[in-house]
Design a protein around this ligand. Sequence first.
Ligand code: C2O
Length: 549
Amino acid sequence: MLAMASTGCHHLVLVLALSQMFLPFFLSVGADPVTVPDLSQCQLATDRPAAGPNAQNTYRFNCCIPIVPDHKVVRFSLDAYKSPKTRVRHPAHRVSEEYIAKYNKAYALMRALPDTDPRSFKVQADLHCAFCNGAYWQGGAAGNTPLQVHFSWLFLPWHRMYLYFHERILASLIGDPSFALVYWNWDDQRDGGNVLPPMFARNSTAVFDANRSASALSGSTLIRLSPASNTTNMTLVALENLNAMYQAVVTARTPDLFLGGPYVLGSDLTNSTVISAPLGGSIENTIHNGIHYWTGNRNSILGEDMGTFTSAARDPVFYSHHSNVDRLWDVWRSHLPDGERPDFNVTDFLDAEFAFFDEYANMVKIKVRDVLDISKLGYKYKRVSSDKLWIRFSPVPVSNGSALPAAVASGVPFVGPSPLNGTIELGKKLVARVQRPSALGVKRPDHSEEVLTIEGMDVMRDSFVQLVVFVNLPGATNTTLTNSAEYVGTFNVVASASQHRRLMTNLKFEMGDNLKRVGIKKDDEVVITIVVKGTERVTIQGLRIGYEV
Ligand code: C2O
């Protein structure tokens, strides 16, 4: 990129072309993968209420992992952890009474373990708090940068490992090696999966949690996967949900879009620049965060339990929620009609290493490369036919031809990539024209996606914020239905920690499929609408459209 200053036009185009295609890989050059932190260096995790009279208070939690003197540290190997039988994870709303009884027994036993036991429910929940709310610094040379396992490519693998050991502990507590977690099939819009699973709604069982929202506790309120339009028409909610799934899983073809961006030693989400900011993946940003918010009790100070990361894993439904997120990674990778999709193949990703506790309370060090194939890990997901509803969803456009000429005529501003002169305040809504790479003469590489990047989004995570993005729909507002082909995606910001609550990140959305469905082929610019919901100030540093493979 330094070449830009000294070269002519031809070179400039080339440099732009490269940076538009390969930006995520440039970012990881010269860094090292994250390593297991020094677990003896633990701080209190911090959290802060979303709003209300306590909004200025900081709450501190001791989520530190008990250091058992002389505990064994083992290195994970597929051989040592082979399971005698494949564990099959079923949808939570379809398991038998017998299975529910077994499930509750396992959690009751886990809850009965003393807090000093790393297998106890307390420590299991604290593991999540510790790595999400700044209890540990990154290992190695990355001194005092907090380790954060959300908002990047670490999200899916870290949570897979977490569930894997959690499941093994439950299985060993009831002496049943075939025991498997259930998954909360919230994406199912046909067979009853899109409410809080009834097995978790039964008062005073081991998997019940009273600290949930009224919607979750009702047991019959439909989940809104992209809680955008506020429509009360349940047929439309189901269509919005299917489109949310379609946009977050089916059209998010590249690993960067689906898993999220690079996070390496030294990555600091709370103090990053536009050049170093990673990003969360599509399923994390949209649906995963939305369900945390939907499930937590909004009358409790921090949105506990599910609504904030310090307490989310105190609700047993957390593990079932993440089981579905994990399942969708498997569906994305291996079970979509267009064939196998690649995970990242760089050592910064593959060699990122974390520590968990196994069923013997040994500490296990495990790398991302160990968990990419679930069949090797010895578990699988029961397939459900309702997946087809979103896999084959075909959103219909609501706009009538290109909105560009009218946008130009009415003075809709052009917004380019960063660095701009300063930042752009999003306000409640931003409508902008953004240049497409074809206008710069960039040839579209084979199998590439046309991707919109919202560069350098900067927000304080003091309360829930939502960014909803549309193409070719300048009139979109915060009540526009999200079931159309113009709906590109949503970024949900979950409120969080005081000390590390600033989030600066690049957001990416696949939009080529949208443009095709809307019928926009040759336009050099696209009209982008970003609708902001919530009360926080959100700024961005630029908008860019590029090709990514
Ligand atoms: Cu670690 Cu669903 O969050």
